[in-house]
Ligand binder design. Structure first.
Ligand code: ADP
Ligand code: MG
Length: 614
């Protein structure tokens, strides 16, 4: 009952409405939602495009126009119409990237970029993106005829903290609760349901309007890790338009065309490019000029551009340490991957046909919708937090100051694990349960989370009592530890919140530590284990000598005691191999004696009964 976050969503007094997934793209943005069990993109109107051009126009009267209509205003009002605002997210006015994109008027001063636009105060990229998100929110609300307040918004895998924070702020500005920021390649993988598999390595090839991104993802137990990313922030489908436009302007005999003619030719080129995806030949018209374009020529013109993406792909594979042949799949994302030559090239590069069943410009939004649904739909709670993991392993202290891990780091939650422990001493009636977190082998190197004692264990010989310790981590990451003595049912439990008080940095340091010390730890662990074992065999040998001395053969006591002394001596040192050998030697020396003890016990039992009973 600690899933408070989810209960709140379904509080009937304050319905949150539908949760959506949003692909906030450089060129185009989309909103999607799971509708009747299936993710679907939402169009402005029935039959219209799902894509909302990521363009915002600020009018002199203070009015704001977003989308296709804003795009038509761009050539006439270049400084009041913001395109590709995503490139400015989280950037300072001093960034090289900002200066490169200097088509706008920037307001001076301040830590963030501000566009000096018509109709009032300068606006920040967060505000501009907020307008795009608001338009998408309204679109979804009119589709559902209801409120939309929660969203999963996608961001490029390479986005840094400032860029992510800016995206989150834009969401908040638009009146959205940002359930989560999701990496675009991960969203694409979710749309394909690849998280349903257990393992896998995937490449996501995303060629949008003005940017190219490639990511190598690794799925481990339902969690996608981004192994590497690469890209070219100045390469995309728009460059294909320019490749066509250049030839058209040549054919027009225009060496210094006016900006408006360039804009017109570019628009016609884009239309022709998109048409060439389905037809081998298309007609392009600009004014009275008509020109036939062949797909084969187009492919020739864009070949160098496509080949540039290959270099980036190979580097990303190398960075991730995977060969193309080791991939389990390649996903196509971005409108420009519709171009048949691009598809062929990707297939060639990765040595396999890419996944392309889902519309490449919708796939990211659809994946975001799936994630939004997972995070909010009460019927899918089992799958909720599929992507949430335990940052550090959880375990228990065992004899010798060692940590026995019950739940491994990166396990998806909710999860549970149990292990049966026994008593170490004869007549032991209590068991100390010490809960630890960390990757190291020794108690002192891990973080102590909780400690309690299970008392009331019936006094039994060492090793006879059975205590089951159960770890259960719920969807909110809260750990409950229960210890139960199995013969009496005596139970004791405690609840701890493992992540409490640990910063990401601390988690990172603990992980790095465990890698640094992995070798040492193994040595120490083995030594401690052997020491515990030596104590057990010494106690046992001592007991047998005391109870069954009459069964000892001539000189046997002396040799057993010598072997015991040897074990004690070696246990003082640090050589776990030597200790293991000494223990083994003691076992060997004791063997004939122990056999006699066993036989006698058996004879005693049999003596009281008739042979037929057996
Ligand atoms: P972004 O992720 O940058 O917002 P998109 O994924 O929406 O961009 O991709 C936009 C690009 O895809 C544009 O260059 C557009 O011309 C191109 N595109 C869209 N449809 C097609 C098509 N049918 N054939 C070729 N290119 C297309
Ligand atoms: Mg995109």
């Amino acid at each position: 009952m600690s899933k408070n976050g989810y209960l709140q969503i379904h509080d009937p007094l304050k319905p949150k409405g539908h949760a959506v997934g949003i692909d906030l793209g450089t060129t185009n943005s989309l909103v999607a939602s799971v509708i009747q069990g299936k993710p679907r993109c939402i169009a402005a109107d029935e039959g219209e495009s799902n894509l909302l051009p990521s363009v915002v126009h600020y009018g002199k009267d203070g009015g704001v126009v977003v989308g296709a209509r804003a795009k038509t205003l761009a050539s006439e009002h270049p400084t009041d119409t913001i395109l590709s605002v995503k490139r400015f997210m989280g950037r300072s006015p001093e960034d090289a990237e900002t200066r490169k994109l200097g088509a706008y008027k920037f307001a001076s001063g301040g830590k963030v970029v501000r566009f000096d636009v018509a109709g009032g105060q300068p606006v920040t990229p967060i505000e501009v993106s907020g307008e795009i998100l608001r338009a998408l929110k309204r679109r979804a609300e009119s589709y559902f005829s209801g409120r939309v307040e929660q969203a999963v918004i996608t961001v490029p895998a390479y986005f840094d903290d400032a860029q992510r924070q800016a995206t989150k702020d834009a969401g908040r500005l638009a009146g959205l609760e940002v359930l989560r920021l999701l990496n675009e390649p991960t969203a694409a993988a979710l749309a394909y349901g690849l998280d349903k598999g257990s393992q896998g390595t995937y490449a996501v090839y995303d060629l949008g309007g003005g940017t190219f991104d490639v990511s190598i993802l690794k799925l481990v137990d339902g969690v996608f890790e981004v192994k590497s990313t690469g890209g070219d922030s100045a390469l995309g489908g728009d460059d294909f338009d320019r490749a066509i436009a250049q030839r058209v302007l040549e054919a027009l005999g225009q060496s210094s065309p006016s900006p408006s003619l360039v804009a017109e030719v570019l628009a016609a080129s884009r239309k022709a490019k998109e048409a060439l995806t389905d037809a081998p030949e298309v007609e392009l018209t600009v004014g009275s000029h008509r020109q036939t374009l062949k797909r084969s020529d187009f492919e020739e013109w864009i070949r160098p551009l496509i080949q540039k993406t290959g270099v980036v792909c190979r580097r990303a594979l190398k960075d991730a340490g995977v060969a193309a042949s080791e991939l389990d799949g390649v996903i196509l994302v971005g409108g420009a991957t519709r171009v048949p030559a691009v598809r062929r090239f990707v297939a060639e590069q990765f040595g396999r046909e890419p996944l392309s069943d889902i519309d490449p410009d919708q796939v990211v939004a659809l994946g975001a919708a799936v994630q939004a649904d997972l995070l909010t739909n009460v019927d899918r709670q089992d799958e909720v937090l599929l992507l949430d993991v335990i940052p550090l392993s959880l375990g228990l202290e065992t004899m010798g100051g060692l940590v026995e891990k019950l739940i491994q780091r990166n396990s998806t939650i909710p999860t549970a694990a149990a292990q049966v422990f026994t008593t170490f001493k004869d007549g032991q009636t209590g068991l100390d349960v010490h809960v630890l977190q960390g990757e190291r082998e020794l108690v002192e190197d891990c973080r102590s989370l909780a400690r309690f004692t299970l008392s009331g264990i019936p006094p039994l010989p060492a090793g006879m009592a059975r205590v089951e310790v159960r770890f259960q981590v719920d969807a909110d990451g809260i750990l409950a530890v229960t210890a139960k003595e199995q013969s009496t049912g005596t139970t004791q439990s405690i609840t701890v919140k493992p992540s409490h008080g640990l910063t990401d940095e601390e988690i990172e340091n603990m992980l790095l530590d465990s890698i640094d010390h992995a070798e040492d730890d193994v040595q120490v662990r083995q030594l401690r284990e052997q020491r515990v074992e030596s104590e057990r065999v010494l106690t046992e040998a001592q007991r047998q000598l005391g109870e069954h001395g009459e069964l000892l053969a001539e000189g046997e006591r002396a040799s057993i005691e010598a072997a015991m002394a040897k074990v004690r001596e070696v246990a003082q040192g640090n050589d776990h191999h030597a200790l293991k050998e000494a223990i083994h030697a003691l076992d060997e020396v004791c063997k004939p004696f122990v056999e006699r003890v066993m036989n006698q016990a058996l004879t005693k039992v049999v003596a009281g009964h008739s042979v037929e009973e057996f």
